[in-house]
Design a protein around this ligand. Sequence first.
Ligand SMILES: [Zn+2]
Length: 190
Amino acid sequence: MTSRTHDAIAFASLVTAAVYFPPQSVNVLTLAVAVIGCDIGALVPDLDQAGNRLWDLLPGGNSVGKVLRRVFYKHRTFTHSILGTFLIYRGLGWLLPKLLNGTAIDVSLVFGAIMIGYLSHLAADFTTKEGLPLLYPFKINFGFPPFEWLRLTTDSFMERWLVFPAVLIYLVSFIILHQSQVLGIIRLVQ
Ligand SMILES: [Zn+2]
């Protein structure tokens, strides 16, 4: 899937989770970092892929991506597996409290938002033809529906004109249907 679709799915997942599991309190800095963190979390799995936006941001980043691609050989590898997700989860749990100022930012909310972005990426890739190498380093790919021909092709007409608009329609209608809860969260930000 393209990073644009992943961004949209991650944000829709974050809003959905926030409505069903509303935070007790949240400040403006935490909210901003959580939204950005969710987006970064949704882009991180494709660091194993050259031409990714995160690599593009670095000087010479694309060549780094190309080298990594040669090392990992193909697009979806470690970062799209159960082992990779577990290590990212443990690594972030260790790193974030050291990286963020715990008195100004609610670190656990930011952590949750990044993981929502990350998991939403894997869930979305699960519905594509390529599937997920969940048991990496074993090279068996899993997907849903189980028949590959029923799944999405990345950057296809279906993804651009059906899936992407459907995510936006879902997001807008979800917010309209849950306006009071969404406003309640926004009101927490003082
Ligand atoms: Zn991916």
